[in-house]
Design a protein around this ligand. Structure first.
Ligand code: SAH
Ligand code: MG
Length: 207
């Protein structure tokens, strides 16, 4: 059995054990597929990890960069208290519109606000608001370092910053060797981001 196949089976085992059936999130995934939106959301195990992070930190204000159709948003928002807020940023109007339907479906619209547009255009509007307790970065990789700058600007000491896709199927080991140009640029951007996370004097980090 290949390692890849084995990891898939282990994930399935852990999903069955720790998550089980989740009709709402299954509906979200079915709607996204029907709308022909790529299934690039976090895995169920990662989603529950995000939920637990909100729960453990007691976060009340959460920022997400990269909504897609709201799968990870719903995991994050589920753990928010009634007066909590998730701000989520999404470039594609089609994604943002379906995400909004999902927030309504989940009855969490009161806690979630989606700003549509390039995140670097919408982030400045959040300056001056109270600091975020937790930030989840999961959008275009080329801007990861810029998103980290914004995350630091919009948080406080003790806030948590989480980023997805920091390995790029191993491409992060040697971006120069990646044949596809977009993938190469993304791998290099993530490698730069990881280096900043690892060495920044305001951050304690792990991947
Ligand atoms: N967090 C989601 C997955 C996000 S996929 C989940 O796990 O469920 C990445 C998303 O980032 C896509 O929907 C893409 O449209 C969006 N995106 C890409 N570039 C962006 C940008 N410049 N600003 C905001 N969102 C962007
Ligand atoms: Mg991702």
């Amino acid at each position: 059995m290949s390692d890849h196949h084995l990891f898939g089976q282990v994930d399935q085992y852990l999903e069955d054990l720790f998550i089980g059936e989740d009709p709402l999130l299954n509906q979200v995934l079915a709607n996204s597929e029907a709308a022909q939106i790529p299934a690039i959301q976090v895995s169920p195990l990662q989603g529950k990890f995000l939920m637990l992070m909100v729960q453990i930190t007691g976060a009340k204000r959460v920022l997400e960069i990269g909504t897609l159709t709201g799968y990870s948003s719903l995991w994050l928002a589920r753990a928010l208290p009634a007066d909590g807020q998730l701000i989520t940023l999404e470039f594609q109007a089609k994604h943002a519109a379906l995400a909004q339907q999902h927030f309504d479906l989940a009855d969490l619209s009161d806690r979630i606000t989606c700003h549509q547009g390039p995140a670097l255009d919408t982030l400045p509007s959040l300056e001056g608001d109270p600091p975020f307790d937790l930030v989840f970065i999961d959008a275009d990789k080329v801007n990861y370092s810029a998103y980290l700058d914004w995350a630091l600007r919009l948080t406080r000491p003790g806030s948590v910053i989480i980023a997805d896709n920091v390995v790029r199927r191993g491409q992060v080991l040697d971006p120069a060797r990646v044949a596809d140009e977009d993938e190469r640029i993304a791998a290099q951007a993530v490698r730069d981001f990881n280096a900043t996370m690892a060495t920044h004097d305001q951050l304690d980090a792990i991947a």
